[in-house]
Design a protein around this ligand. Structure first.
Ligand code: FAD
Length: 347
């Protein structure tokens, strides 16, 4: 028997989840329902660095499990002929700190070449900076990755429906299992008051080449940062940033843009000769912790199987593959529960 699965969301979370359900559960007929697709989802405007960031109190073990599966997935693509098409690349860079953190980041053994700068290196390269690390990281440029993954999803029979939902009630009759991946808009669509926007502004420059790719965290609590992330072939450089909590503005803000240009050119003076190619602002789906679980819920007057996968903060790209595999497992369990009840008494 075929089970109908509706995945709400076509961002990096929804699309990867829909892909894995379709790929791994032969009995499922999968449809993505969303009003925004690439290049208009949150991940599309970002540099796509693999690095856990702004995840509330999501347990570290879960972050490491989902992050490792995603890291391994990206490495597999990197080592395939598809790497360029998929927008997956690897770059070395630096993370500079205003104050020495109490401990190394928990993900330091996942990435490559993690090492502290010596005082001599700091004095020569970044005079005045107290502490810094060097690391080689994976990048996944959603602007390329999402169309690439969408093509693969459609090739295995995945379906797509463009629709703006004001409530899940509108699709209750269409699907046996609903998978909710609406990003920050879970606050309205699911009435989840734990979800809030963390607004980020980005300015993209032509890459002056002399600008090393690195990220500076200016405050110990990560609340404000200045970063440079290269595009896959390093022709552009994405500079940031802001982290404005509860700001729903998706338009570029001239003051933020000005601040980013000032901070970035101070750090890398050669950027002064680079051209601004574009500016973009997006909303990180902040939440107390990532919601990745299933429940039976009354929707449109019927008890439905619902799987949730949202609230990935500043790490949606970093964790997407691992989270999508876990959501797929929850869908598999939901379908098994429906099968156990039998076709006549389907929820
Ligand atoms: C400036 C900035 C920089 C970032 N940098 C990085 C980075 O370097 N690395 C990293 O890992 N992460 C980064 N992030 C975070 C990352 O981009 C997000 O965590 C991720 O993109 C969230 O993906 P999502 O699929 O959950 O949400 P979205 O991409 O927002 O997708 C939500 C989907 O749900 C659909 N939807 C929602 N509500 C409805 C509705 N009512 N009806 C129909 N459809 C609906 C939308 O149409 C859309 O398709 C950054 C974010 C920002 C803003």
């Amino acid at each position: 028997m075929v089970y109908r699965v509706g995945v709400v969301g076509a961002g990096v979370i929804g699309l990867s989840t829909a892909y894995n359900i379709k790929d791994r559960i032969p009995d499922a007929e999968v449809t993505i329902v969303a009003d925004r697709f690439s290049p208009n989802t949150t991940g599309d405007g970002t540099g796509g660095l693999w690095m856990p960031y702004m995840l509330g109190s999501t347990p570290t073990e879960s972050v490491m499990k989902w992050g490792k599966r995603t890291w391994d997935h990206l490495i597999k693509i990197l080592r395939s002929p598809e790497a360029d098409a998929a927008g997956v690349s690897i770059h070395s860079g630096h993370i500079l700190y205003e104050q020495k953190p109490e401990q190394d980041p928990f993900w330091k053994d996942m990435v490559f070449h993690f090492k502290h700068f010596t005082q001599r290196e700091l004095d020569i390269l970044f005079p005045g900076v107290k502490f810094g690390v060097h690391a080689t990281m994976m990048f996944c440029l959603c602007l390329r990755y999402l169309p690439w993954l969408m093509q693969r999803y459609k090739a295995i029979g995945g379906r797509v429906m463009k629709q703006r939902l004001s409530s899940l009630d509108e699709i209750a009759d269409l699907y046996d299992v609903i998978v909710a991946c609406p990003g920050v808009r879970a606050r309205h669509l699911l009435d989840d008051k734990e979800v809030y926007p963390i607004r980020g502004q980005i300015v993209t420059f032509t890459n002056p080449r002399s600008a090393m790719s690195y990220l500076e965290t200016t405050k110990p609590d990560d609340s404000s940062d200045t970063y440079f992330l290269p595009s896959p072939s390093a022709e552009y450089i994405h500079c940031g940033g802001t982290a404005q909590v509860n700001n729903w503005n998706e338009e570029s803000d001239p003051e933020d843009v000005k601040g980013i240009i000032e901070r970035c050119t101070k750090l890398v003076p050669s950027l002064k000769s680079a051209k601004v190619v574009s500016t973009w602002a997006g909303l990180r789906p902040g939440r107390s912790s990532i919601r990745l679980e299933k429940e039976d819920k009354m929707i449109g007057g019927k008890l439905k199987k619902v799987v949730y996968n949202y609230g990935h903060g500043g790490s949606g790209i970093t964790l997407h593959w691992g989270c999508s595999l876990e959501a797929t497992e929850l869908v598999r369990q939901s379908i098994a529960e429906l099968q156990a009840i039998g076709p006549t008494s389907k929820l």
